[in-house]
Design a protein around this ligand. Structure first.
Ligand code: AMP
Ligand code: MG
Length: 410
């Protein structure tokens, strides 16, 4: 294995073009969690008209500015604005209109007085406090102007984004079709959920975890039968995956053991072939990165923690290129609770638990081996200790990288 750093591995892969996902027009109601493929512009102004911020009376601000309980200003109530309806008429000098919160104020309105600051007798309105009336109007277009670019391509449509699209009259948008990614799980010892387990057999778990991560990132995982450690069966499974999918993730068999066939089978699957085999990082050293045509193929080590950690570190950024996106995950800043001691010959990824401490966050390392999945499942994120560092002192300020949660792509 000619090992490179994780950064070098990604740089090596970046030289090869990756197929981009195809694009489809999607109705607003189906855009949740989708990745925009084109920028989206506002169709309508938000709001489309000047609106009252309070329940009260539309007035001319200059007429009521000095009103006080001792010297009320007397106005004439000329009409009432109904929700959802245009105002019947314009505001005349000396006049006022009843307006509900959010109602359209009549033309000529320059202020709104709150109902609590008035007294009404028939159609006579006594304004008892006229200060700040001009601040109670939400102006047309103060949120969005029709034609504004709301989002650029690559934006994932989360609840606030969807709300803004709906408010701005956007009924559909161009989104990426979730690329199909084959999830090939290899290993003679593996048994899928629901089948009895004999001594020596291992419950298959990477297929489940990797599929969930793919889903969360906007891909469509394609799973199949567990592939035995047999060259022909493996060859056939990969061939089928590359025929039917846009990329593949292989779990297991990526190392140099006698029954580790991932390097061989991926190597003969096509050009340019294997680009990286082995990284100077733990866990996940025996990872394999390849490109078959413009389809990325990632061979994850079988150890469940290694598999998911390398998925985050390498598969995620590689696959996001299909959406023309870079990984925009931001770390949390935290204080290290305990010393971290590692071998300095490799970069280390250490799962940590976060808790509040004073004004900030405190990270406690979860130590164990890369076969202990509970370590990752109980972790909030990962600390990356660079190559060449053997100790990080307690109290050090560190970055904690969040793990992919369901639908957390930014
Ligand atoms: P390998 O990368 O194939 O050498 O596998 C490394 C270790 O991970 C072995 O102990 C395997 O039993 C285990 N392993 C491989 N694939 C899986 C899987 N899909 N689910 C759970 N454990 C696995
Ligand atoms: Mg194996």
């Amino acid at each position: 294995l000619r090992r490179v750093t994780v950064g070098e591995a990604l740089a090596a892969m970046a030289q090869f073009p990756v197929r981009t996902a195809s694009i489809e027009r999607v109705l607003l109601a189906r855009l949740e969690g989708r990745v925009l493929a084109r920028e989206v512009t506002a169709v309508e102004d938000v709001p489309c008209f000047d609106r009252s911020m309070v329940d009260g009376f539309a007035v001319r601000a200059a007429e009521v500015g000095r009103a006080s309980p001792q010297q009320p200003v007397l106005l004439r109530i000329d009409g009432e604005v109904m929700m959802g309806a245009p105002p019947a008429g314009a505001l005349e000098p000396g006049g006022a209109f009843v307006v509900p919160t959010g109602g359209a104020v009549p033309a000529g309105t320059t202020g709104v007085v709150k109902i609590e600051d008035t007294r009404v007798e028939g159609d006579r309105l006594y304004v008892l406090d006229g200060a700040h009336s001009a601040d109670r109007i939400t102006r047309a277009r103060s949120d969005v102007t029709a034609g504004d670019v709301l989002f650029r391509a690559g934006r994932v449509l989360d609840p606030a984004a969807l709300g803004l699209l709906a408010a701005a009259g956007v009924a559909h948008a161009n989104a990426y079709v979730p690329p199909r990614i084959a999830v090939l799980v290899t290993g003679d010892e593996l048994v899928e959920s629901g089948r009895p387990l004999r001594l020596g057999q291992i419950r298959e778990s990477n297929g489940t975890a990797v599929s969930a991560a793919l889903n969360a990132l906007g891909f469509e995982p394609q799973t199949g039968e567990i592939v035995p450690d047999d060259k022909d069966a493996f060859r056939q499974a990969l061939r089928h995956a590359l025929r039917t999918c846009d990329g593949a993730i292989i779990s297991g068999g990526s190392s140099v053991g006698l029954r580790d066939f991932t390097p061989l089978i991926v190597g003969e699957a096509g050009e340019p072939g294997v680009v990286v085999h082995g990284v100077r990082a733990r866990p996940g050293r025996p990872v394999l990165l390849a490109m078959i045509g413009d389809r990325p193929v990632i061979g994850l080590p079988g150890n469940p923690v290694s598999a998911l950690v390398m998925f985050e570190a390498l598969a995620k950024p590689m696959l996001l290129r299909m959406f023309d996106k870079t990984d925009e995950t931001l770390p949390w800043r935290a204080r290290l609770a305990e010393a971290l001691e590692v071998e300095p010959d490799l970069e280390h990824r250490i799962p940590v638990r976060l808790q509040r401490a004073g004004q900030g966050l405190e990270a406690t390392p979860l130590l164990g081996t890369s076969s202990q999945m509970h370590i990752l499942a109980f972790a909030d994120g990962i600390v990356i200790v660079p190559e060449g560092t053997s100790r990080v002192a307690p109290g050090s300020s560190i970055d904690v990288w969040p793990l992919t949660k369901l639908r957390t792509l930014r």
